[in-house]
Ligand binder design. Structure first.
Ligand SMILES: [Zn+2]
Ligand SMILES: [Zn+2]
Length: 111
């Protein structure tokens, strides 16, 4: 059976590949460091969990995290509206102008 695309890691606890959590592409059959057969691991950065299901690119923990993020992004965009999302970079660009405007407003309130 052809291997599913994904990330493969060395399951050998004593191997430098394992210690450095090195990940290999699906075309690498065995660990170049120790020769062990590679195991399908989670594709998330800094995660080296072995994934049993060859059709699952991520471990369950990362999958849940990923889904959460996606969901949150949708909620934020939904709440703020696309107009706000487009305006955001302009706000950052004109931060100095906004600061000045804020000073003026504060000055007016104090009067
Ligand atoms: Zn190895
Ligand atoms: Zn993971």
């Amino acid at each position: 059976m052809k291997r599913k695309k994904g990330r493969y890691g060395c399951p050998n606890l004593d191997c430098p590949s394992f210690k450095h959590q090195k990940k290999y592409k699906d075309n690498v059959e065995s660990c170049p460091e120790c020769g062990s057969g590679l195991a399908h691991v989670c594709r998330s950065k800094s995660c080296y969990t072995v994934v049993e299901d060859p059709f699952e690119p991520m471990c369950l923990t990362c999958k849940a995290k990923h889904a959460d993020k996606k969901d949150m992004r949708k909620k934020i965009i939904g709440a703020a509206g696309i107009g706000a999302a487009v305006a955001a970079p302009a706000v950052v660009k004109n931060r100095g102008v906004i600061k000045e405007a804020a000073k003026t407003v504060i000055g007016l309130i104090r009067k």
